[in-house]
Design a protein around this ligand. Structure first.
Ligand code: FES
Ligand SMILES: [Fe+2]
Length: 383
């Protein structure tokens, strides 16, 4: 191995146009050093998707999220405002909450300091004699949280631009899906033995679909769509929803009434860099979040969202089973092949490969990451 794996010269062939390019070297998927650089220069500086605001509808509702070694507490306060807090007590640092639930008053399990749902410290038994101690200096620490159409994103970088700037033209492009009106009805998690890039690359290419999904969703054919913002999009023409298996199409829900333009005639597959995947089809959307926990481990979260009017239908609970059946069949196929790719790429004999014309977004993802993790050519300093 080269002395500096962040030397741009090592990646010259990945930088070529897709059909002339090579794939990323194997160490980008296996090395601890490369992974730690990604956490520091990518994940801790960008907007990371954490879930839907409608998953925590009531005052005090919360969910805890592990992001690259940090535990965050996402909570709705008594005024309805959603916050992201660092999930640690300000006394001596104990982890506060686990999982999800409701906690209008959160009492630290160690010495009983108590916090309101807006993060303010309101109870400090036994601190009366402490010199110059002022409760208001010890509220929970906040992390930036911004929402778009009900999707919540957090950013650890206090200097980063707004979520709206990060997303650029994406909200306009997806306006006719009326995403504000969606409700997340199911969230499911998988713990996989693969690098996070392996999984998002798979989600953003159609080349594997006739092979990996032969017995479920089958072949998909897409075209690329471009626009300003930190995302890449593929569009697949199809007059009906692809969120049920072909044999269940008779049980599909009606389409979203506001759809216009391309959204009315197919499905969008979108990566919001680095690791959030959205699939939007005529009657629903699902998201896939890849949360890296180690170079070769990723937690995959899939969330299923439908319009409120669909969720209110008397036949919703019965018909949605057809959708769950599709996700529970096709996703494990991608899980299996992703872990299998990780096994292979970990070989000391692994060498870069080449791209098909059906994998432009895989090349985009590789280059987006390289743009952020590589050292600058000698003579210029990193910002
Ligand atoms: S660590 Fe939380 S009250 Fe002491
Ligand atoms: Fe797939």
């Amino acid at each position: 191995m080269h002395a500096n794996m962040f030397d741009p010269a090592l990646y010259a062939k990945v930088r070529q146009p897709v059909l002339a390019a090579e794939t990323l070297p194997a160490w980008c998927y296996t090395s601890r050093e490369f992974y730690e650089r990604e956490v520091e220069r990518v994940f801790r500086r960008v907007w990371n998707f954490v879930g839907r605001a409608d998953e925590i509808p009531q005052p005090g509702d919360f969910m805890t999220i592990d992001l690259f070694g940090e535990s965050l507490l996402i909570q709705r306060d008594d005024d309805g405002v959603v916050h992201a807090f660092v999930n640690i007590c300000r006394h001596r640092g104990t982890r506060l909450l686990d999982g999800c639930g409701n906690s209008r008053l959160t009492r630290c399990p160690y010495h009983g300091w108590t916090y309101a749902a807006d993060g303010s410290l309101i109870g400090t038994p036994g601190m009366e004699q402490t010199v110059g101690f002022n409760r208001k200096d010890y509220n929970l620490l906040s992390v930036r949280l911004e929402t778009w159409a009900g999707y919540m994103f957090v950013n650890f970088d206090t200097n980063a631009g707004s979520l709206a700037t990060y997303l650029g033209e994406l909200p306009d492009k997806l306006a006719s899906y009326n995403l504000d009106d969606m409700v997340c009805v199911r969230r499911k998690e998988y713990d996989l033995s693969c690098n996070w890039k392996i999984y998002i690359e798979n989600a953003m290419e159609e080349y594997h679909t006739p092979v990996v999904h032969k017995k479920s969703i089958g072949k998909q054919t897409t075209v690329r769509e471009v626009g300003r913002g930190e995302w890449a999009a593929l569009f697949m023409k199809a007059e009906r929803t692809i969120a049920v298996l072909p044999e269940d199409i008779g049980d599909a829900f009606p389409q979203i009434p506001t759809l216009a333009g391309n959204p009315a005639h197919g499905t969008h597959f979108i990566v919001i860099y680095p690791g959030t995947f959205f699939a939007l089809t005529q009657d629903c959307m699902w998201w896939l979040e890849q949360r890296p926990t180690a170079p070769d481990r990723t937690k995959i979260v899939i969330g299923s969202c439908f319009p409120r009017s669909t969720v209110a239908r008397p036949d919703f609970e019965q018909k949605v089973m057809k959708y769950y059946r599709r996700w529970d069949k096709a996703l494990p196929e991608d899980n299996y092949i992703s872990e299998r790719q990780q096994l292979g790429i970990s070989s000391s004999f692994s060498r870069p490969g080449r791209f098909s014309f059906q994998e432009p977004a895989v090349h985009d993802i590789a280059n987006w990451v390289l743009d952020r993790v590589l050292d600058l050519p000698t003579g210029r300093s990193a910002t």
